[in-house]
Write a protein that binds this ligand. Structure first.
Ligand code: TGC
Ligand code: FAD
Length: 390
């Protein structure tokens, strides 16, 4: 039974609108009913629970900020963030599926696609009838996607696509892939590649210790003929995929708070119930230090991220501000999860509690969507004007 209650030490709830609270509470209830009962088994058996896809569509977790005209929920950025917070509280892999679908598949079609592409794909992505994935990373180009080698040539009636992508969330079962590849002039463009196109395969990545309830795979393009109408016409260059990452990284910033809250809630409850040396372990100073630091970091992250959401609603959030929040919130989540695990003692390593699963998931979250180092260097560049990447 999932008894989760979220901490709100600074009464941050009073800063949310009624709509925000309804969205958050309904997502939380849905997670309690549909994710919590099955997630441990899904992770242990390393199986993505595909049965939740239609439910994610029904609660508006796919493209929450996409206008209703295209099947989205037409919500603001804070509601989007709260949905990601609640999904990641359930499991990072579930949030991953929703953020890939929303920010890395629907967002580029909505922002860079033609009207025909929007009408063709967005409503079906919003409902979960079809699922998408996002191919940027390649075996030799992770943090440095500018070097990508996937490429396509203009064959008159179609584009001929070659290359491969690695570490792609949802790839093994996705119906479509947003693929970033270079044209003959070496400029990065986005193509919508559909399952079933000849020469396109999506082998699954096995043996992951992290994000086990999310399917990860490769995208392999061996002379794939992509119809010309599948090119995203309205933006090209590395800024196009990076613009999508801004939206997904923003969602992860909220998601980090969700994981941190779940670990804090679990550790606080356990420490008040677990008795050693004739008193609850919560009464020992060493455990109080951990718990007090957890709630302090969660509260700071909540305020940082709410402000970021306000800036995002006003279209004033910079990429560097988003990087700071993604990096900070994943870092505090990792620290809180590790401290929570210690508070739980031996029980902390079991599937009786969500903490070890969160710890393992966070090892992916700290790396994807830009590593911890990359986000620090983005902040460094922003404040100094000096590029330390190269
Ligand atoms: P740089 O020269 O800085 O920039 C190239 C062009 O892009 C523009 N730009 C951005 N535009 C929008 N949003 C951003 N965040 C942007 N950052 C840069 C920039 O203005 C420039 O535009 P223009 O018009 O002048 O050409 O590019 P760089 O090659 O030096 O690289 C910069 C760096 C290292 C920050 C960037 O490459 C980077 O962020 N690398 C990390 C790669 C990454 O995050 N990959 C994620 C893959 S997807 C994923 O992990 C999904 S996991 C999903 C899940 O399961 O939840
Ligand atoms: P590398 O770039 O090789 O980095 C290795 C180390 O070097 C890191 O610590 C990094 O911080 C450091 N480093 C790199 N460059 C610098 C530098 N300039 N200065 C200092 N240190 C540096 N990608 C997608 O396109 N789509 C997806 O859906 C997707 N899903 C993923 C799901 C999972 C589970 C995982 C693990 C990854 C996923 N990724 C996806 C890929 C992810 O974005 C990359 O793993 C990430 O960008 C890092 O690339 P890399 O693994 O090649 O590491």
């Amino acid at each position: 039974m999932d008894l989760f209650e979220s901490p709100d030490y600074y009464n941050i709830e009073s800063l949310f609108s009624e709509e925000h609270i309804i969205v958050r509470n309904s997502t939380r209830d849905w997670v309690k009913r549909n994710v919590s009962p099955i997630i441990e088994n899904a992770c242990q058996s390393s199986k993505f629970p595909k049965q939740i896809i239609s439910g994610l569509g029904e609660i508006g977790a796919f493209g929450p900020y996409i206008p209703e005209k295209y099947g989205g929920a037409g919500l603001d950025q804070i509601s989007y963030g709260l949905i990601m917070q609640e999904l990641e509280r359930g499991d990072s892999g579930i949030r991953s599926t929703a953020s890939v679908q929303s920010s890395l598949v629907m967002f580029p079609i909505f922002e860079y696609g033609s009207e025909e592409q929007k009408l063709k794909y967005l409503p079906r992505l919003a409902s979960g009838e079809i699922v998408g994935c996002f191919g940027l990373t390649e075996p030799e180009f992770g943090s440095n996607p500018a070097g990508m080698q996937s490429n396509f040539t203009d064959k008159g009636d179609y584009y001929l696509l070659n290359g491969s992508k690695m570490w792609i969330s949802n790839a093994p079962f996705a119906d479509i892939a947003i693929v970033w590849a270079k044209n003959e002039q070496g400029r990065i463009e986005g193509l919508i590649v559909e399952r079933g196109m000849e020469g396109f395969s999506t082998p699954k990545t096995e043996n992951k210790w992290s994000l086990r309830a999310s399917d990860t795979g490769e995208l392999v393009f061996d002379n794939v003929k992509v119809p010309k109408e599948n090119l995203l016409p309205n933006k090209s260059g590395l800024g196009a995929p990076l613009g999508c990452l801004d939206s997904a990284r923003y969602g992860i910033a909220w998601g980090g708070i969700g994981v941190a809250m779940d670990c804090y809630f679990t550790a606080l409850k356990y420490s008040k119930e677990r008795v050693q040396f004739d008193k609850p372990i919560a009464g020992f100073q060493l455990q109080q230090k951990k718990l007090a630091e957890m709630i302090t970091e969660i509260t700071k992250a909540q305020l940082l991220t709410l402000r970021l959401g306000q800036l995002k609603n006003e279209k004033r959030a910079t990429s560097a501000q988003i990087s700071m929040a993604k990096r900070n919130n994943v870092e505090i989540a990792i620290k809180i999860a590790r401290d929570a695990r210690q508070i739980l003692g031996g029980m902390g390593i079991t599937g009786e509690y969500p903490v070890m699963r969160h710890i393992m998931n966070l090892e992916s979250v700290v790396t994807y969507e830009g590593t911890h180092d990359v986000h620090l260097l983005i902040t460094g560049l922003d404040i100094t004007g000096l590029n330390a990447f190269k």
